[in-house]
Design a protein around this ligand. Structure first.
Ligand SMILES: Nc1ncnc2c1ncn2[C@@H]1O[C@H](COP(=O)(O)OP(=O)(O)OP(=O)(O)O)[C@@H](O)[C@H]1O
Ligand SMILES: [Mg+2]
Length: 503
């Protein structure tokens, strides 16, 4: 060991000596070249090799830089003496970092390596497609030449894996949005993020316990299913379609899914995306272990604006003839031939087609209040793996809400009250959101809350029954009267559409 340090010191001494000679002998314009030559010369004889990992690679952010920073932060928090400390906006976790030009050693599979963090001022920019940060940051990894082939790849893979693990464990999960449109930030990201702190969990979610368990198991199987997906040759992704009236918990379900699996959420606002290639870029910049959400898909995709592809005809052989023209409403997206449009086929291609394998362990969730308005292509089997109906509040859901808001168990309520609740809750067709409102209002007075809820449920149930009676009467009257020609025609059309759909 002593020998090693002596030889290193003498090598550095020689290098410093050469530097002095160069500075005194060579004119300034030749100094840089000669220094470069000598450093190259020394590197040839050095037993080390060096790898620079810069923060920005061309115009893109270097994922490896972020991973190394995170990985080292978990090491140096214990061992370092001089550290830079950061805390992201609204985040609860502190991140330790190496200060400028500081070094740290690490050991992997018995091999010692050295990391140095280098920060330099960026030279004034002449022209750039996007503004770059003022500082140029990077890590330099030093490994002995003889160990390079032995560990380099596995070490870097290990760092990436560890960094992801640390990110999930330490960092608050993130909610990303593309609300900035297609523009990129200074680090080349099209997504903006905020810490995701939604408190909804599967425990607080009011829905049928059996259905809930089924979804939880499905999610767990998916998260643990790397081997299965590899073996069966399927892309490691899963799609859920959540549908149901407003206020039945679709968004709460997404939050619960993210909290359950510790995944980030990408909230994709389709109206902010101008075309398919922008959509592809956005989706390519999503990370694994994430949920990509498109809320109210029926409002994002303009189903009324279908154009028929004349070339392929109605029964186009690949079946996506009509999807190519489903355009996105909003910014410049609805004009025919404007070029500024994204298509449902573009979207499905990413969630379903060849592009779906770019990135793994991702869940797609689409939500809608009007499942009947969706294109059959989206509902076709195999597209969305699970269709989940979020329904009005049932008795079992009601019990969960009573527990959530009032800490009220079955045993805390009179049997007669429980029975009454059970009798009216289904007929009342109140959403969990409506019921939550009533309970929150009186959350300090349990009894009052339950009584008021029961009254509300009874009023709604009565109203629904009246409406039901009226409708029945109307139908009876209609059936007595002769069918009008136009009505018959409408029914025929409906039949035709059904036929087309089944094709
Ligand atoms: N199933 C549920 N379990 C628990 N709370 C619920 C449920 N459904 C709704 N809520 C409550 O109602 C509020 C609104 O619910 P949420 O936003 O999840 O409904 P949604 O189905 O997404 O509605 P929309 O279709 O309007 O987007 C939530 O903040 C939550 O407190
Ligand atoms: Mg919602």
């Amino acid at each position: 060991m002593k020998e090693y340090w002596t030889s290193l010191a003498s090598l550095l001494g020689v290098f410093a000596f050469c530097q002095t000679i160069i500075q005194s002998l060579f004119p300034p314009h030749l100094r840089f070249l000669s220094l470069k030559f000598f450093s190259h010369f020394f590197h040839c004889f050095s037993s080390y090799c060096y790898f620079d990992i810069t923060e920005i690679d061309g115009v893109n952010t270097n994922e490896l830089y972020n991973a190394v920073q995170l990985y080292l932060s978990s090491h140096i928090s214990v061992t370092g003496t001089r550290l830079s400390l950061t805390r992201a906006l609204n985040s609860t976790a502190f991140t330790f970092g190496l200060a400028n030009n500081d070094t740290i050693t690490d050991t992997f599979n018995g091999v010692n390596v050295l990391w140095e963090h280098i920060v330099t001022q960026r030279q004034s920019q002449t022209f750039s497609w996007r503004p770059l940060p003022d500082e140029k940051r990077g890590f330099t990894l030093r490994i002995k030449k003889k160990d390079k082939t032995l560990i380099l790849k596995s070490y870097l893979d290990y760092i990436m894996e560890k960094a992801n693990e640390i990110r999930r464990k330490n960092q608050d999960r993130l909610l990303y949005t593309n609300s900035r449109g297609g523009s990129l930030d200074s680090r080349g990201h099209p997504w903006e993020s905020v810490p995701f702190k939604h408190p909804s969990t599967f425990d607080t979610l009011a829905m049928d316990p059996l259905k809930k368990n089924e979804i939880m198991e499905d999610l767990q199987d998916f998260a643990n299913g790397q081997g299965f997906y590899q073996k069966t040759g399927r892309a490691w992704k899963r799609g859920y379609l959540l549908y149901g009236p407003p206020g039945t918990g679709k968004s709460s379900m997404i939050a619960a899914m993210a909290n359950y699996l510790s995944y980030d959420i990408y909230d994709l606002e389709l109206t902010e995306v101008n075309n398919n290639s922008e959509l592809r870029k956005l989706l390519m910049k999503t990370s694994s272990k994430s949920i990509i959400v498109i809320e109210d898909i029926d409002c994002s995709i303009n189903l009324t604006n279908r154009k028929k592809n004349k070339n392929s005809g109605v029964s186009g052989s690949r079946g996506y003839y009509d999807l190519s023209a489903l355009e996105v409403r909003g910014v410049g997206g609805s004009e025919e031939g404007s070029g500024n449009s994204i298509t449902l086929s573009g979207l499905l291609n990413f969630s379903d087609g060849l592009w779906s394998c770019c990135g793994s362990e991702r869940i797609f969730v689409f939500t809608t209040n009007h499942v009947e308005k969706l294109d059959p292509a989206l509902l076709r089997s195999g597209r969305m793996d699970m269709h989940i109906f979020m329904s009005y509040c049932s008795f079992s859901s009601l019990k969960i809400l009573l527990q959530n808001y009032l800490r009220c168990e079955d045993s805390d309520l009179d049997e007669s009250v429980l029975k009454e609740l059970e009798e009216v809750v289904d007929v009342a067709r109140m959403t969990p959101a409506d019921i939550s409102e009533v309970l929150i209002k009186n959350r300090r007075k349990k009894k009052k809350a339950v009584i008021e809820l029961l009254e509300n449920l009874k009023v709604r149930a009565q109203r629904n029954e009246n409406i039901g009676d009226e409708e029945q009467e109307k139908r009876a009257l209609d059936s007595d009267s002769p069918r009008k020609e136009s009505e018959i025609e409408d029914n025929c059309k409906e039949g035709k559409i059904e036929e087309e759909k089944s094709d």
